[in-house]
Write a protein that binds this ligand. Structure first.
Ligand code: ZN
Length: 173
């Protein structure tokens, strides 16, 4: 397993419609394993194959405190409700946006071993499923923002070294 570089917007591969995977063979399992490792290294809750430069229909999901999993050739069975939420993307690192997503979805596809699966997702998992399947169709969350004021620049987190903070406290005494 290895962490693969994440393709960033505006790379072309992010705009292509990814191809259906005909057979879940060893190379696909290796892709899934690398994608899970890459997602975790980037602290993302989902990743689509085009984000590692592979234009195939494969996504991985990683919800907090749950085992990460893959869906190969995912398809929506059902989408219910609508809500506005904040979204970001490992391929669009500088921007965030407020967009509309469903409240719950059912997605079918194949697991890492090529067995049929059905995944029911609510809230965060629902959002991640819709976001990652969008990637397979060349769609980014920035396309779903209804007006420019719903898009914002992410502020870089301020990193303060613990020892500097302590030194500052001590010097103020
Ligand atoms: Zn994304």
């Amino acid at each position: 397993m290895s962490v693969r570089p994440i393709v960033k917007y505006p790379d072309q591969v992010l705009r292509q419609k990814a191809k259906t995977i005909p057979v879940v063979d060893k190379s696909i399992k290796a892709l899934v394993d690398d994608m899970i490792e890459t997602m975790e290294a980037g602290s993302g809750c989902g990743l689509a194959a085009p984000q590692v430069g592979v234009s195939l229909r494969c996504i991985v999901l990683g919800m907090p405190e749950e085992e990460p999993f893959a869906i190969i050739n995912p398809e929506f069975v059902k989408r219910l409700g609508e809500r506005e939420i904040e979204e970001g993307c490992l391929s669009v690192p500088d921007l965030g946006g407020h967009i509309k997503r469903s409240i719950s979805v059912i997605v079918k596809g194949l697991d890492r071993n090529g067995k049929p699966i059905r995944v029911r997702g609510k809230e965060l998992l629902c959002q991640a499923l819709e976001h990652e399947i969008d990637h397979l169709n060349g769609v980014l969350f920035i396309d779903r923002v209804e007006s420019p004021d719903k898009l914002f620049k992410k502020e870089k987190p301020v990193e303060v070294e613990a020892k500097d903070a302590v030194a500052e406290l001590v010097s103020k005494r």
